[in-house]
Structures are given as structure tokens and as C-alpha cells.
Design a protein around this ligand. Structure first.
Ligand SMILES: Nc1ncnc2c1ncn2[C@@H]1O[C@H](COP(=O)(O)OP(=O)(O)OP(=O)(O)O)[C@@H](O)[C@H]1O
Ligand SMILES: [Mg+2]
Length: 234
């Protein structure tokens, strides 16, 4: 469970001060699929980055599974990023000269895991994104949609409870976007908690909850029943 309590993020330059987040409170339960949407500059990425400890809060608290992540030590942060959350970004961030296998294995290596069990886990993650046949290919030779699927495999290889995705379909055409959204829905069905930032209303509609940000605040928070979503997309 993610509990965001009155979080503010202030950016200062000289005399000027700007609040990218201006008092955000939000609870995200285990197993939810939440889309965070809103205009450019409304604070979506800032919020997601804070949940993932990629950015620090100026004020307020964020608890993940009861732990105050804002006050984590360096070691706790590394562990949290590696095991508790999996990140997916708009621009995949793969290592282009590495093979698909090596890209997906990286989080395992970083967490000190070596040996035969890594191969099983990498293969499992690649199977989940339907990319088993590219395992020995260099990342740079893959299409955009394939690269994003590798990035998702890398995000799930350590079996994190939370998937944080910032515009995961932002660089993809509609067929590839649909594919990525389907994979996220499958991960959700498998029990993952998913927080996805998107400016695309159609992608947001695939989530069971839509949080709309405006000027660093939550302007709207709508939960829907999954059967209602299924009925609409049928
Ligand atoms: N390091 C920084 N220094 C100063 N201002 C920043 C910094 N990072 C973000 N901001 C500002 O904070 C606000 C929120 O940025 P954020 O990236 O969260 O927006 P966003 O909702 O994700 O927008 P987009 O849809 O364009 O990605 C913006 O006005 C941005 O310019
Ligand atoms: Mg953003």
C-alpha cells in the first residue's frame, strides 16, 4: 500500500520558488491499477518519481508498505528501487550494446544474484512480455515496441510488488501501445500494483482508477469497477 500524505515539492532558483507538488494526499491500495493523468507540468512525473525514491519530498510523507521512504538511508533506497518497485519509462533506458538477456538480468546482478537461477528468472520475465525469441539480440537492434517490452521484463524480473510507469506508450505507435497496455493489464491481473502516468485518455481508461493532477494537486480521483471497464471495451 502506498500512502501519500500532504506531499509538497518546491523548486527554488534564486529568489523564485515554485511548487511542482502543492499538497498531494493519495492512498493506493495493494493490487490497484491507477492512471495518473493531467496537463503537462501538472506534477505527474514528480509524484511518480517520489513514490519511486528517484526524487525527494520537500514536505509531507510517503509510506510504502508502512515504511517512510522519504527517510530511507542510501542502502535502503538501493534495495527499495531494486526489489520493491519496477520502473518503466517513456524512453526505455536500455543499454543498447548489451543483449536483451543482459539488460533484463541487470537488476538481478545489482542485487547480488548470480548463477543459474538468474537465467530462469530472465526467461520467465521475457516470456511474460512475449519476447523469448530475442533473448540473444542486442537491444539496439530491436524495434521501439520490443525495447519497451524488454524494459518491462527488466522491471518485473525481481518480482516487485509495484510497477511505476511514466508514459510507457509515449514513444510508441498505437499497435505497440495496445500491446504494452495489455501486458500492464496482465501484470495487474497477476496481482501487481500499477501506477501509470499517461496523458492519453484512452490508455487512462484501461485503469480501474484515474487520478487527475492539476497545478501540483489532485483535482479528481475516480474509481471504477473493473466489469464496467470490460463492458465498455467489449
Ligand atoms: N528540477 C526541476 N527544477 C525546476 N522545476 C522543475 C524541475 N523538475 C520539474 N520542474 C517543474 O515542475 C513542474 C512539474 O513537472 P513534471 O515533470 O512533474 O510534470 P508532468 O505533469 O510530468 O508533465 P509532462 O506531461 O510534460 O511530462 C513543471 O512545471 C516543471 O517545469
Ligand atoms: Mg512527465
Amino acid at each position: 500500500m502506498i500512502e501519500i500524505r500532504n506531499v509538497k515539492k518546491e523548486y527554488r532558483s534564486g529568489e523564485k520558488s515554485f511548487f511542482a507538488l502543492n499538497g498531494v494526499s493519495l492512498e493506493i491500495g495493494e493490487g490497484e491499477f491507477v492512471a495518473i493523468t493531467g496537463k503537462s507540468g501538472s506534477g505527474k512525473s514528480t509524484l511518480l518519481n517520489m513514490i519511486g525514491t528517484l526524487d525527494t519530498v520537500t514536505e509531507g510523507n510517503i509510506f510504502v508498505d508502512g515504511q517512510d521512504i522519504a527517510h530511507f538511508t542510501g542502502k535502503q533506497i538501493a534495495e527499495f528501487r531494486n526489489r520493491t518497485v519496477g520502473f518503466v519509462f517513456q524512453s526505455f533506458y536500455l543499454e543498447p550494446s548489451y543483449t536483451v538477456y543482459d539488460n533484463v538480468e541487470l537488476p538481478l546482478v545489482l542485487s547480488g544474484s548470480v548463477g543459474k537461477k538468474n537465467r530462469e528468472r530472465v526467461e520467465g520475465a521475457l516470456k511474460a512480455v512475449n519476447l523469448s525469441e530475442k533473448i540473444t539480440e542486442k537491444a539496439r537492434n530491436l524495434s521501439g515496441g520490443e525495447q519497451q517490452r524488454v524494459a518491462i521484463a527488466r522491471a518485473i524480473v525481481n518480482n516487485p510488488a509495484y510497477i511505476l510507469a511514466d508514459e510507457p506508450c509515449g514513444n510508441l505507435d498505437s499497435a505497440n501501445s495496445e500491446n504494452i497496455m495489455r501486458i500492464l493489464k496482465e501484470l495487474h491481473a497477476a496481482g501487481k500494483t500499477i501506477v501509470m502516468v499517461t496523458h492519453d485518455p484512452e490508455d487512462a481508461q484501461k485503469a480501474e482508477r484515474i487520478v487527475t493532477m492539476s497545478d501540483g494537486k489532485v483535482a479528481n480521483d475516480t474509481k471504477r469497477m473493473l466489469d464496467e471497464i470490460e463492458a465498455k471495451s467489449a
